[in-house]
Write a protein that binds this ligand. Structure first.
Ligand code: NAD
Length: 262
């Protein structure tokens, strides 16, 4: 049986990388999926790969804009008749040493991930609380929400903000049957727009390896000696939001092949 049959999901940043893999997995589990991303065309293209408009739609929203977030949530509810499952995945990564991190870098990083996920969670909770059917909110946070590394202050600080949003919202929304959990991925190089768009080159320079060997480098430092792919994060989301974990909230699951445990 497909574990998400009939559920209605909204995934932010789902035109690429981890978000796209999550949308694909949830659709395969029987969910109707709203694919939300910055550009309408890429959101619609990713949605079309999941199926027809009865099961997947692409929506434009910049998660930093409350009006656009509200419009996307409203469009998803209108299209599918409700909202059961929201994944805060949209993100970007500015990798700079402390003294080079500008005020604009800090503001952008925090507006997309801390404020953006707050706005999405708030709009989703409003719908879920009115529906009285419970629900799931998942944050794609990061190993970096807990562990420190160099040249990463704005990104890691906003991931820690997301991690605390998980605990705060789990506490506030529990009585409505809404579970709020997080995933802490690490080293998802292949398929990631963040890595392809400059972050990969910067991390490779920090670690002193050629960029094309970065995935293998990350794999080597894991306990399992395995490379983490977007699909592995999507698997964790599917399990975390299935009935099997109906009594789990406020939790973060690492999907890092054991880096954080090392
Ligand atoms: P990605 O670039 O492939 O995907 C991010 C998506 O978010 C893109 O489609 C982008 O257009 C979208 N986005 C960016 N800003 C947005 C905004 N303001 N509004 C709406 N959408 C926006 O990168 P990814 O690696 O798949 O990252 C997805 C998430 O996973 C991010 O939150 C990232 O921080 C997190 N993460 C990634 C890794 C990794 O190793 N790749 C590790 C830990 C956490």
């Amino acid at each position: 049986p497909r574990s998400h049959a009939g559920r209605i999901a909204l995934v932010t940043g789902a035109a690429s990388g981890i978000g796209k893999a999550i949308a694909t997995r949830l659709a395969a589990e029987g969910a109707c999926v709203a694919v939300v991303d910055l550009k309408l065309e890429s959101a619609q293209q990713a949605a079309a790969e999941l199926g027809n408009t009865d099961v997947a739609i692409g929506l434009q929203a910049d998660v930093t804009d409350a009006g656009q977030v509200a419009a996307a949530v409203e469009a998803a509810v209108l299209a599918f008749g409700g909202l059961d499952l929201v994944i805060n995945n949209a993100g970007l990564s500015i990798s700079k040493p402390l003294l080079e991190t500008t005020e604009a870098d800090w503001d952008l990083q925090h507006s997309v991930m801390a404020k953006g996920s707050f706005l999405v969670s708030q709009a989703a909770a409003r719908v879920m609380m009115a529906q009285k059917l419970g629900g799931d909110i998942v944050y794609i946070s990061s190993k970096n929400s807990v562990f420190a590394g160099p040249n990463n202050v704005a990104y890691s600080a906003t991931k820690a903000d997301q991690a605390h949003q998980v605990r705060l919202l789990a506490a506030e929304l529990g009585e409505y049957g809404i579970k709020v959990n997080g995933i802490n991925p690490d080293g998802v190089v292949r398929g990631s727009g963040i890595f392809a768009g400059g972050w990969g080159a910067k991390r490779a320079a920090v670690y002193g390896v050629p960029e094309e060997e970065l995935g293998a480098y990350y794999a080597k430092r894991t306990l399992l000696k395995r490379e983490v792919l977007p699909e592995h994060v999507a698997n964790a989301v599917a399990v975390l939001t299935s009935d099997e974990l109906s009594h789990t909230t406020g939790l973060h699951i690492p999907v890092d092949a054991g880096v954080a445990a090392a």
